[in-house]
Design a protein around this ligand. Structure first.
Ligand code: PLP
Length: 446
């Protein structure tokens, strides 16, 4: 609770509206939509200025793993802060950067495909994808011939920078920025649902089409780019392992790389450390971000196969073969320290196992919604859940989330799909609260 002299929530929102331009936000409705002013957080809870507590049902946009302000991550960041705040990764190196790369290689997925042996750092999911795209193209030029095209899936989301938008499949973004985009070939997404078409038949047709695209264009394609088994931002569109396995085979067959974007699915989110593990495959480049620091600080990474790394070593020719990429804050030690602490807690407390159990439990608790007249479909991959509600206008999903907020849970929709993606170590009481609030919210609106 705030003292009477302190500015009220309304006063803060007024100042916000006067000075701040928010991401992916239409500001003509921003204030009327009553944004929550988050004052503090602990564990799975967000706390507003008036002391109201909301369960963080979307992990602050899919990043929180072991809870907010976890004492061990806080301590690790504070200790790092007293030791080394920052030094460039260009020409110097540091312990947290080295140790985190080793830790990521240790937990890299195993299966059909190459060993992932090198780590390139970036700052967020989008920039990890820029790294993967630029690496794929440059690799093709240095190891054979220039392959300027990417195969992408419709409905995909890989971020909002231009390369990431190009590799994505959100029509609105393509329409808006078309003249600025890279060369891509769209393959139909196996995660999409089409009225009256059996899902298995759809997946089989998509697999066949990917084969046809690669047969026709394979020699111009440097990479097949996809979100493994779950297209998150499209509204949680899951698809079976067989498609991912086919993509792995086709990429290898045609000399292209397979780029898996595990920015949302990685770091335990699906009940395995990596979503590709459910399919037993390994990509040539794996991008991760979001949960890597436990949701504390901006950091992402691309795990690269040894053969990709070798394609960038000087070969005595006039081509420098350097990877021309790197940002001022690449591998910031504070971010690396947070990530190391997060991965240690996850290992010591089997948080990936907890996530698998949490996903199952949420699946059980939300099962009654399958028969609800207001619900079209529930899609789940581990703790990534989308509850698609019937379309009573473009803001139906938003209205459900507002109603759920009245029951102490903070959710955010994607269109008319309500996303549920809580911290991975959520306790039983909070899990029941989350599911109960969503059911009540849907009952109230639909
Ligand atoms: N890739 C995937 C699969 C994502 O879900 C996201 C963000 O939601 C991104 C990339 C972009 O990450 P960021 O928002 O950190 O740039």
């Amino acid at each position: 609770p705030t003292s009477s002299a302190a500015p009220s929530t309304d006063a803060w929102i007024e100042r916000d509206a006067a000075a701040v331009w928010h991401p992916f936000t239409q500001h003509s409705t921003w204030v009327a939509d009553e944004p929550t002013l988050v004052a503090s957080a602990e564990g799975p809870w967000l706390i507003d200025l008036d002391g109201n507590r909301y369960l963080d049902g979307v992990s602050s946009l899919w990043v929180t793993t072991v809870g907010h302000c976890h004492p061990d991550i806080n301590a690790a960041v504070k200790e790092q802060l007293d030791t080394l705040d920052h030094s460039t990764f260009l020409g110097t190196t540091h312990r947290p950067g080295i140790e985190l790369a080793e830790a990521l290689i240790d937990i890299a997925p195993q299966g059909e495909g190459p060993q992932l042996t090198k780590v390139f750092y970036a700052g967020d999911g989008s920039s990890a994808m820029e790294v993967a795209l630029k690496m794929s193209y440059q690799y093709s030029t240095q190891t054979g011939h220039s392959r300027p095209k990417f195969v992408r899936l419709t409905s995909a989301y890989h971020g909002d920078t231009l390369g990431a938008v190009s590799a994505g499949g959100i029509d609105l973004f393509h329409q808006t920025y078309r003249p600025l985009l890279l060369q891509t070939i769209a393959a139909p997404s196996p995660g999409e649902r089409h009225e009256g078409i059996d899902q298995d038949d759809h997946v089989a047709a998509c697999t066949e089409e990917l084969g046809r695209i690669m047969a026709e264009h394979g020699s111009e394609v440097c990479a097949i780019v996809l979100e493994p088994l779950m297209q998150g931002a499209a509204g949680m569109l899951n698809y079976p392992a067989s498609y991912l396995q086919a993509a792995r085979r086709l990429a290898t067959e045609h000399g292209a790389l397979l780029v898996c974007d595990e920015v949302a699915t990685g770091i335990g989110r699906t009940g395995r450390m990596w979503s590709v593990e459910h399919a037993g495959i390994v990509p040539d480049l794996l991008a991760c971000g979001k949960g890597i620091t436990g949701g504390y600080l901006p950091l992402s990474a691309v795990l690269a196969a040894q053969h990709v790394w070798e394609g960038f070593l000087a070969d005595g020719s006039t081509t420098p073969r350097t990877f021309f990429h790197g940002h001022t804050y690449t591998a910031n030690p504070l971010c690396c320290a947070a990530a190391l602490a997060n991965l240690r807690i996850m290992r010591e407390q089997d948080v990936v196992g907890q996530a698998a159990a949490l996903g199952e439990r949420l699946g059980e608790l939300l099962a009654p919604l399958r028969d609800h007249p207001g619900v079209k479909e529930i899609r789940r991959h581990g703790t990534m859940i989308g509850v698609e509600v019937v379309d009573r206008g473009p803001r139906t999903g938003f209205e459900v989330c507002q109603a759920v907020r009245g029951h102490g849970v903070w959710l955010r929709p994607l269109g008319n799909t309500v996303i549920v993606m809580p911290p991975l170590n959520l306790g039983e009481d909070e899990t029941e609260l989350l599911a109960g609030a969503l059911i009540k919210g849907i009952d109230e609106v639909l």
